[in-house]
Design a protein. Structure first.
Length: 138
């Protein structure tokens, strides 16, 4: 998520306990009606949208290598700390993950405003048309 996006933040919600999340593991959790990919690396705990922005495949099905998460479907790669897409075209939204003194993991859900989401649609739509519609005419 870039710093120019404005978001609506939801109050921190408990999603797991740190002892149930091994270093190098991922887990799908829910906050309200939103699916998230909760990730623990040697650098901390991170929360990303569960759906890959490319075509919506669940990111917990992917591979984690240090702080780099690879979507299993089309090999898009994201940094877990900031959601930046390093292979592919579109960043994944990140959310704030914190751990309290008792080891409880909380996530604050960030919902990008409508204008931020709309700016990303043309690139997504162009990608979809380029890579999917061409298959229809082969």
């Amino acid at each position: 998520m870039t710093s120019t996006q404005t978001t609506e933040t939801v109050t921190a919600t408990p999603v797991a306990h740190i002892d149930d999340l091994a270093v190098g593991s991922m887990k799908m959790v829910r906050v309200d009606d939103h699916r998230l990919c909760l990730i623990r690396t040697s650098e901390g705990v991170f929360a990303l949208d569960h759906a890959c922005p490319h075509e919506g495949y669940g990111l917990t099905q992917g591979a984690l290598d240090g702080n780099l998460l690879t979507c299993a479907w089309h090999n898009w790669k994201f940094r877990v700390d900031d959601g930046e897409c390093v292979v592919g075209e579109e960043d994944v939204t990140t959310h704030t993950a914190t751990i309290d003194d008792d080891g409880n993991v909380f996530v604050e859900l960030h919902r990008p405003d409508v204008a931020s989401r709309c700016r990303s649609y043309p690139r997504s739509a162009a990608h979809f048309l380029h890579y999917n519609l061409r298959e229809c005419f082969r």
